[in-house]
Design a binder for this molecule. Structure first.
Ligand code: N1C
Length: 311
C-alpha cells in the first residue's frame, strides 16, 4: 500500500515538474530579460536637462514633453507592439540637424567608435543627438503583454514603481521585473526606438560620412544589423559626397575581413550601385593607436623609437 502511495506521489511530482518546465519554456523566451532600467524617468529627464543645459546650451527642447511622448509611446501599447510609428510624437519633440562631413556610423564596433569619437571631436554619432544621448544603454517595456487586452480607463494611478509616479495619460506601467527579448517581438519597444533614431540620423547625413566596421568578425557588414538594414538605405546619394569605410580588427585578430574581402566588398558593391563615391581603409593608424592605449606592450604598438632606442 505504502509502495503504491509513493509511486502515485512520484508520478504526481513528475507531472507537476513537467508542467512547470513546459510553462517556463513557453513563457521564459518572452520574458526572460532584465526589466525596465530602474529610475528610468529620472535618468531620461536628467540626461535631457543635462543635454539642453550643458551639452548643447543653445538647443530648445521641452524635456517634460519629451518624457510624456516617450511614456505615451511605450505604455499605451502591449510590450511587443511598440512600432517605430508610435515614437512619432517623441521624435517630433526633438528635431535635430547636424553639420555636414561629421557623421560617423558604425556596426559592431561600439567601444572603438566611442573612443574614436572622443578623439576625433568633430565627428558626430547617434549618441551625440538628444535621442541617442537620452536612451543609451537603457531598457524599457510596458507591463501589458496582450495587445487584445482592453485598455484600462485612463486617470491618475496612485501606484508607484521604484519611486516613479505614473502620469495621468498612462494606461499601464513600466515592467521593472522583466522585458521581452528582442527576438520574441515583432515590434520591440527598445529596438523600434533605435530603428527610428538610426533612420532619422542616416537621412540627415550629408557630406563625407564615415563608417566604422569590425574586421574581426564574419559579416563585418551585415544586412540585418541596424547599419545594414536601416542606415545604409537611409543615406541619400544626393546629400552624401563620400562614404569613407574604415575596417578595424582587434590587435590580436582574428583578421577576417578587409576592404576587398568578405562582406565589406558587398557593401562597396551596394554603394557603387546606388551612386555613392567611397573610400575604404583597413589600416587606419588612429584606430590602431586607440587600441594600443589598452595594450601598449603589443608588438603592433611598437614605434620606431621602441625598436631603435638609440635613434
Ligand atoms: O546594429 P548596428 O550595431 O549595426 O547599429 C549601429 C548603427 C550605428 O551607426 C548607430 O548610428 O545604428 C545606430 N545605433 C546607435 O547609435 C546605437 N547606440 C546604442 C544603433 N544602435 C545603438 N545602440 C544599441 O546597440 C541598440 O540597442 C542597438 O540595437 C545596438 C546595435 O549595435 P550593433 O549591433 O553593434
Amino acid at each position: 500500500m505504502e509502495r503504491v502511495r509513493m509511486m502515485v506521489t512520484n508520478f504526481i511530482t513528475s507531472v507537476a515538474a513537467c508542467l512547470l518546465l513546459l510553462f517556463m519554456t513557453r513563457v521564459a523566451p518572452l520574458r526572460a530579460h532584465l526589466g525596465t532600467t530602474p529610475n528610468i524617468k529620472h535618468i531620461v529627464m536628467g540626461r535631457c536637462f543635462n543635454y539642453v543645459t550643458l551639452v548643447k546650451p543653445d538647443s530648445r527642447f521641452d524635456c517634460e514633453e519629451i518624457w510624456r511622448a516617450f511614456e505615451e509611446a511605450v505604455l499605451r501599447q502591449a510590450s511587443c507592439d511598440v512600432a517605430c510609428e508610435h515614437y512619432r510624437r517623441l521624435f517630433r519633440a526633438m528635431p535635430q540637424t547636424g553639420a555636414c562631413h561629421r557623421f560617423l556610423l558604425w556596426s559592431k564596433t561600439r567601444k572603438l567608435t566611442q573612443d574614436y569619437a572622443a578623439v576625433a571631436r568633430h565627428l558626430w554619432t547617434l549618441e551625440d543627438t538628444l535621442a541617442g544621448y537620452m536612451f543609451n544603454d537603457l531598457i524599457w517595456c510596458s507591463q501589458q503583454e496582450d495587445s487584445r487586452r482592453p485598455l484600462p480607463a485612463t486617470g491618475w494611478r496612485g501606484d508607484q514603481s521604484q519611486g516613479q509616479a505614473v502620469s495621468a495619460t498612462s494606461v499601464s506601467d513600466f515592467d521593472f521585473g522583466s522585458c521581452p527579448e528582442w527576438s520574441a517581438c515583432l515590434h520591440h519597444p527598445v529596438h523600434s526606438l533605435w530603428r527610428q533614431a538610426s533612420k532619422n540620423f542616416a537621412e540627415m547625413a550629408c557630406g563625407n560620412v564615415t563608417v566604422l566596421l569590425n574586421g574581426s568578425i564574419e559579416k563585418a557588414f551585415n544586412r540585418n544589423s541596424m547599419f545594414g538594414s536601416v542606415e545604409l538605405d537611409g543615406l541619400n546619394p544626393q546629400r552624401v559626397h563620400y562614404v569613407n569605410i574604415k575596417v578595424a580588427t582587434n590587435l590580436d585578430g582574428p583578421f577576417i575581413e578587409s576592404c576587398g574581402r568578405g562582406s565589406v566588398a558587398d557593401l562597396i558593391h551596394i554603394l557603387q550601385a546606388r551612386g555613392f563615391r567611397w573610400t575604404c581603409s583597413d589600416s587606419d593608424r588612429i584606430l590602431t593607436m586607440l587600441q594600443c592605449v589598452h595594450k601598449p606592450e603589443h608588438r603592433a604598438c611598437r614605434t620606431c623609437a621602441d625598436t631603435h632606442p638609440g635613434i
